[in-house]
Write a protein that binds this ligand. Structure first.
Ligand SMILES: Nc1ncnc2c1ncn2[C@@H]1O[C@H](COP(=O)(O)OP(=O)(O)OP(=O)(O)O)[C@@H](O)[C@H]1O
Ligand SMILES: [Mg+2]
Length: 440
């Protein structure tokens, strides 16, 4: 480990020169690795990474299941997932060596919730709970339920012991931390004083119903009375009935959440934090890394996804801009000092560290515009392309700086980089490409 904040690296500009490289193949090949959790902020590529790792692990011989959450429709289809369905299905087109298989499922949150209710309540009671409108909205909409349900499902898949490797995608939360906080939040929701107060009359009323007035708890009945006015009697009764019913299962929720939490801390679990190479994303990834350490959850590494490259990276931003301006000013490319160009400082051969090479000298820009005269249009097009290139090069150096800052903060975290592909990743071929990039 280096002193954080001190850049003692021999080659700071070289991608991955300093960071410990994340070795994905040894991780997925290791029979001790049983669970890989792909987490990160919204839209960074968690689902893509999880699916790509699933395909790669299966094709390398492991019996793998991927639990995806809200995959894009085309990606889901390419994995044979045509409907929300809580049962893992074999993915057609993935044939692993030595018995490797890929199964995939999309988490159906409501169905998972239903399964828990069915498993933990008498059939009649289960039906009553599930018919309750409040249950409907809780199971679909309560913040954190999706995260919680992903954990539940992971617990179920793991307890069946059918799989060599379970790859878990996490829900599209605003923050990566939501995933870890969800069970606690759901717990404290059910535990909460507000809910307890709501429940008290329902419990005391028992089968006879909501006998608020007979409770001898004037304050409470006034409270519920006010709520009734506010929300309408039906809704409050729904809430109370529901929570009373959930109460019997409450212990179960807690116990299972605790068990899943322990599973996430087990040595066979590996967290992959996925992040875009952007400042905010990496700041959040850093928080997440710290939080995992606090929770003693095993971090395998950071996946920097959608890193940009350029086929002409030898032409720096400044140089490209100078060329563009040159062209825009009438196509008079500077052929030497004093040729009516105010950007001499950036002309070739001046040794700007940003422009190490000469693939696109002004002369070759001239070539770009064609031999017989510079038509205005071609010049403008060339200038526009050069400006685009300059933007791309600025993006590249911004990404590099951001990545270096993360590495300085957490030099111990292994990193792998995945290029930004030209299009979306929506089929097995795309997933294989991502897998190769991950394992590079
Ligand atoms: N390396 C990549 N190159 C090009 N496109 C990518 C890459 N990684 C992901 N994508 C695309 O980016 C989009 C978002 O990816 P993905 O759905 O995996 O993100 P997510 O983190 O799961 O999002 P959410 O938080 O909404 O669940 C998808 O359209 C996917 O195809
Ligand atoms: Mg997703």
């Amino acid at each position: 480990m280096t002193d954080s904040g001190t850049d003692t690296r021999p080659d700071a500009g070289n991608p991955l020169a300093s960071e410990v490289a994340l070795r994905v193949d040894p991780l997925i090949d290791d029979p001790e690795t049983r669970i890989i959790v792909c987490c990160g902020a919204g839209g960074v590529g968690k689902t893509t990474t999880a699916a790509a790792i699933g395909v790669r692990a299966a094709e390398r011989g492991r019996r793998t299941v991927v639990l995806t959450i809200d995959p894009a429709r085309r990606l889901a289809q390419s994995m044979g997932l045509t409907e929300l369905d809580n049962t893992p299905r074999p993915v057609p087109g993935v044939d692993g060596e030595d018995g490797g298989e890929l199964h995939a499922m999309m988490l159906d949150m409501k169905r998972t919730f239903d399964e828990i209710v069915e498993a933990h309540a008498e059939p009649e009671r289960a039906r009553a709970i599930m018919a309750n409108p409040f249950y409907e909205s809780l199971s679909a909409g309560f913040a954190g339920t999706q995260e919680y349900m992903a954990m539940e499902k992971l617990g179920q898949l793991s307890s069946r012991g059918e799989w060599d490797l379970i790859v878990v995608d996490t829900p599209p939360s605003r923050s990566a931390l939501d995933f870890l906080d969800a069970p606690k939040r759901l717990g404290s929701f059910l535990d909460g004083r507000f809910i307890k107060m709501l429940m008290a009359p329902a419990k005391a009323g028992g089968r006879a119903g909501m006998k608020f007035v007979n409770l001898g708890m004037a304050g409470l009945s006034m409270f519920t009375g006010a709520l009734n006015k506010l929300l309408g009697t039906g809704l409050l009764r729904d809430v109370q009935t529901f929570v009373a019913a959930m109460d019997t299962m409450f212990g179960g929720f807690r116990t299972r959440a605790d068990a899943t939490y322990r599973l996430l801390q087990a040595p066979g679990t590996a967290f992959l934090v996925v992040a875009a190479p952007e400042r905010d994303a990496l700041r959040e990834a850093a928080y997440f890394v710290e939080r995992l350490a606090e929770e003693r959850m095993p971090l395998a590494g950071l996946v920097l996804n959608r890193v940009h490259g350029s086929g002409a990276s030898s032409v720096g931003a400044e140089r490209a801009l100078a060329l563009a301006e040159n062209l825009e000013e009438g196509g008079i490319v500077d052929r030497g000092p004093g040729k009516g160009n105010k950007h001499d400082a950036h002309s070739p051969g001046r040794g700007s560290p940003d422009e190490p090479d000469s693939t696109l000298r002004p002369e070759s820009a001239e070539a770009l515009t064609g031999n017989n005269g510079h038509t205005r249009q071609t010049e403008q097009l060339a200038a526009a392309l050069l400006r685009l290139h300059a933007e791309r090069m600025r993006l590249l150096s911004r990404e590099r700086r951001t990545r270096d800052r993360f590495a300085a903060l957490h030099p111990e975290v292994p990193v792998t980089e995945v290029d930004a592909l030209a299009g979306d990743v929506h089929d097995l071929a795309g997933l294989r490409t991502i897998g190769e990039l991950l394992a590079r």
